[in-house]
Design a protein around this ligand. Structure first.
Ligand code: FPP
Length: 256
């Protein structure tokens, strides 16, 4: 089955049977977007929030099961206090205006990260959105907030070590499944690992995002800044993914 969206700028044909089930995005370039327009960095984050709305609806419409967005990393605390303060208020602004549309689109909100270290107001906004959308059965919109891949692995390994210490797990039982289940993506089962990672704004690195889960993901790096990415750009990234040849370390069937 093919999807052909006619647009004066881009025409993207997608195979709707091969939409990645889990798409993760590093939403980069808010600051550069703002600078290029002579605006303060926070204006870029504000516009970036509008981008989250657009891409959430686009992903849900295409049948993506999980959309994970890197909204705040464990390293982002190093930014100026005023910028961190603005970023911490974004979830409140986002959910205040967007929860009705999330419900309309049957989207369920989940959050992963060290949430207890966020300001109380941010925690409340996030928890409220989780509660308000908990009965939705469509796409999961999973925000990585105060998330870091190495910290996540450390926490997961510590939890496994505690089980070994109390005797409920033997070291030999630790396998890929045990580790996957010890990570913050465990509640996304059976879609813990993204098939596709998108990063905007021309940087080709993963910046401590989903280190374990990205082992076999296709990576698509786009030049646009995050606030400029629209539904067509998102579809183009999926089209690039669909053009890739995923072998998971094996060989192509016809080369056997
Ligand atoms: C990276 O761009 C972006 C961030 C650190 C923040 C991302 C946040 C949003 C897109 C809004 C999130 C919305 C919700 C609802 C939580 P950058 O600031 O590093 O850009 P630069 O590299 O150009 O400076």
């Amino acid at each position: 089955m093919f999807f052909n969206k006619k647009s004066p700028v881009v025409s993207t044909e997608l195979d709707l049977e091969r939409i990645p089930k889990h798409v993760a995005i590093i939403m980069d370039g808010n600051g550069r977007w703002a600078k290029a327009k002579g605006l303060p960095r926070v204006a870029g984050h504000q516009q970036g929030m509008e981008g989250v709305k657009k891409i959430t609806v686009a992903a849900s419409d295409l049948g993506v099961k999980v959309l994970t967005l890197y909204a705040f990393s464990t390293e982002n605390w190093k930014r100026p206090a005023s910028e961190v303060g603005f970023l911490m208020k974004l979830p409140t602004r986002f959910f205040d205006t967007f929860v009705p549309e999330l419900i309309q689109n049957n989207v369920k909100v989940q959050v992963m990260g060290y949430i207890d270290q966020l300001p109380t107001e941010t925690q409340k906004a996030v928890q409220q959105a989780i509660d308000q959308t908990k009965n939705n059965t469509g796409m999961v919109l999973n925000f990585a907030l105060n998330y870091g891949g190495r910290a996540e692995i450390i926490t997961g390994v510590q939890n496994l070590a505690r089980k070994v210490q109390t005797g409920s797990l033997s070291p030999d039982q630790i396998d890929e499944e045990q580790i996957s289940n010890a990570l913050m993506t465990a509640p996304l089962a059976p879609y813990q690992d993204p098939e596709l990672l998108i990063r905007t704004s021309g940087e080709n690195r993963i910046s401590n995002f989903l280190l374990w889960q990205l082992a076999y993901s296709e990576m698509v790096f786009l030049d646009q800044h995050w606030p400029d990415l629209d539904a067509d750009g998102f579809k183009q990234a999926i089209s690039i993914y669909q053009g890739r040849d995923r072998r998971f370390g094996g060989i192509k069937e016809d080369k056997k």
